[in-house]
Design a protein around this ligand. Structure first.
Ligand code: HEM
Length: 399
């Protein structure tokens, strides 16, 4: 299980060159062993079947507070960690079950489907404004999802743009929790919370037809969200609602421009959008990994794992496992049976998956149809992170 070679590969994934091409490193890791131990002690799985097992096995979950204290001492006094570790993303049943039920009742499929005409309008409006050379992230990949989730939650339009930097700074803690990172992430998380506290207070006084008001009113079996839970939920929904989808759109454009035959397929047949989006999610997912802890002694990848061990599933690697996807490094928008691991699985399965899919299914065909000469206009600037994979800038020319 331990291997010097695996250690080098994992270390490369923390560096710029490794992040430029994680997929060849994942392949080598998978070939060395399906389960390798990272230098920080966590066990890493890279096979599709093992990633699925990590997300679905009820004997795996998130760290209870006493373990968190051991890994991230004093976490409750750091806004960035407090927001993360008390959110549904990282809590366990029964609290997770209760909060998930409460938020699901406000975030319904009907509410998402009803957004279709509005998303189409926003896409057309953003495309109308793009001429010459533009930064695709700034001109489209960020404004579309931030305005969609902003409208859904009820965040006033002029306030939305400031959250791009704030959320990027907060989510640095998904990568590493060093004191240097916390110096940036804590004030960002505190600002987000303060803003949402003000907005929630307004909605309590005067409810509107938006999700913050729905969350204020949400009640199941006599249970309501506490003020603290509500703010954490709103912050997570807002952040997850645009950060990941921004990266999906930018990663997809890069993948399509590097595979012009596939771009042409989508341009010729917009009906390909649903399968194209699944394939693009598989090919270069914005969320590359997720973490769990074993609550019990289990067997994973055929190896005994003791209770208390930390486990990281590399979803990006599982998405390229040849045992599951033939010729996995080939982008094939017509691929059948291409359900990606990108939204996770089990009880934490992404709550926003239908929304992310809908946005990409509307945006990508519209983009490639509007601009027949869409091309790179410079080198993309990669976000310095592996957990969340994407670009900070993506210069493209549209005419
Ligand atoms: C391409 C876009 C997206 C990707 C790749 C993605 C990926 C993921 C993944 C992998 C998880 C599970 C994490 C884990 O099990 O540890 C997750 C959970 C979650 N996602 Fe997404 N997401 C996307 C878009 C969205 C959007 C648009 C929203 C909200 C509007 C959202 C809200 C959430 C929430 C609330 C959870 C936590 C669910 C729970 O723990 O029960 N996501 N997402």
């Amino acid at each position: 299980m331990e291997s010097a070679e695996a250690s080098i590969l994992l270390d490369e994934l923390t560096r710029v060159t490794g992040r430029e091409d994680p997929y060849s490193r994942y392949r080598q890791l998978r070939e060395i062993s399906p389960l390798v131990r990272a230098d920080d002690g966590a066990l890493v799985v890279t096979r599709h079947a093992d990633c699925v097992a990590v997300t679905r096995d009820p004997r795996l979950g998130h760290m209870p507070p006493h373990m968190l204290e051991f890994v991230s001492p004093n976490w409750e006094n750091h806004p960035a960690l407090r927001h993360l570790f008390t959110s549904i993303l990282t809590i366990n049943p029964p609290d997770h079950t209760r909060l998930r039920r409460l938020v699901s009742s406000s975030f319904t499929a009907r509410r998402v489907q009803a957004l279709q005409p509005r998303i189409t309008e926003m896409v057309d409006d953003l495309l109308d404004r793009m001429t010459g050379d533009v930064d695709f992230v700034e001109a489209f990949a960020f404004p579309l999802p931030v305005n969609v989730i902003g409208e859904l939650l009820g965040i006033p339009e002029p306030d939305r743009a400031q959250f791009q930097g704030l959320v990027r700074d907060w989510t640095l803690v998904l990568e590493t929790m060093t004191s240097d990172v916390l110096k940036i992430a804590d004030p960002a998380a505190a600002t987000i919370r303060e803003y949402l506290a003000g907005l929630t207070a307004e909605r309590r006084r005067k409810p509107a037809d938006d999700m913050i008001s729905a969350l204020v009113a949400a009640e199941e079996d006599g249970e309501k969200l506490s003020e603290d839970e509500l703010l954490t939920m709103a912050a997570l929904l807002f952040a997850a609602g645009f950060e990941t989808t921004t990266n999906l759109l930018a990663n997809s454009v890069v993948a399509l421009l590097r595979n012009p035959d596939q771009l042409a397929l989508l341009r010729d047949d917009p009906g390909l959008a649903p399968s194209a989006v699944e394939e693009l999610l598989r090919y270069d997912t914005p969320v590359q990994l997720l973490a769990r802890v074993a609550w019990d002694d289990i067997e994973l990848a055929g190896v005994p794992v003791s209770g208390g061990e930390r486990i990281v599933a590399y979803l990006g690697a599982g998405n390229r496992d040849p045992e599951r996807f033939p010729d996995p490094d080939h982008l094939d928008l017509t691929r059948q049976d291409n359900a990606p691991l990108s939204f996770g699985g089990g009880i934490h399965y992404c709550l926003g998956a239908p929304l992310a899919r809908l946005e990409a299914q509307i945006a990508l065909p519209a983009l490639v149809n509007r601009f027949p000469k869409l091309d790179f206009a410079g080198d993309p600037g990669r976000r310095d992170s592996l957990a969340i994979r994407g670009y900070t800038t993506l210069p493209v020319s549209v005419s």
